[in-house]
Write a new protein. Sequence first.
Length: 331
Amino acid sequence: MEHNDFKNKILLDLHCHLDGSFSPEFIKKATGDSRDLTILNKLLSAPDNCSSLTEYLTCFDLPIKALQTKENITSGVLDVLSKAHNDGMKYIELRFAPSCSMEEGLSLPEIYEAAITGSKLGFEKYGIYSNIILCAMRHHDTSTNMKILDTMYDYVGHGICALDLAGDESMFPNQDFTDLFKKAKAMNIPFTIHSGECGSVENVRLAMEFGARRIGHGIALIKDASLMEDIKNMRIGLELCPVSNFQTKAWTDYATYPLRNFLDKGLLATINTDNRTVSQTSMARELSLASSKLNITKRDYLTMNKNSVEVSFADDNLKHKLLNIIESNSI
Ligand SMILES: [Zn+2]
């Protein structure tokens, strides 16, 4: 394995889309697709010279088709946890959009429970801790997104850990979601928001003002030194996903990729995979890229591991366990 040197260095993945991380074996079984695994793997992965985010998003068609039954949601979570475990992860937060799993009549609570069951089975089988983040979608109407908030409350802290907002950031900016996050804040539901992935520093500012505990990607933040200072002082986490960012052309120049700068300034930056299958990545591959092109050194691993624990949505008890694992790992 070419990335083996980087295995077991970063132990947490806070930004991983369930539907972008399935194995072709799972998809074949879940959808009954008769095509062979090589073809399915190709359909699930974006090319390295992916022309746009739109091309990237077509890779989610088959996974969405798979996620329409409770059994498939549970086994899908287990599939990705198996892969994350093999990649050395001790804790992962998996996210997906529950509203996209209702085409065959599942209710939102049924979807949450099926995902939580997968998460528990993953711990029993692989010893990997996990939590589920629910994504509201930018192109869905307000009432669909509000329904997630209304139904998730009882599950928060019991397998579901937070709300997210995903989808096309340039077409549907954060200001359109002010009411959603006002309500999430009033309900005390923690959230992260994909913001500043495709250039908008204004979306990062709004996410902070809404009360986001973390920012998904957040690379546009590099444009605004005073906002960086605010994000640092408020101890807001930054979920960077380098392989995905270069693949979608969200960033094109290795030398100026913001991870190095964020770490040097003491921001709570973390490194994550985004979509393990769509981007054909793993934490080992992220670190291989980070070390060869982004000036990330071994000394940064401990910082990034600790940042991830601090900004994770795990409860204090689990955070404590994860810190112990990190400390014994780095000796
Ligand atoms: Zn993402």
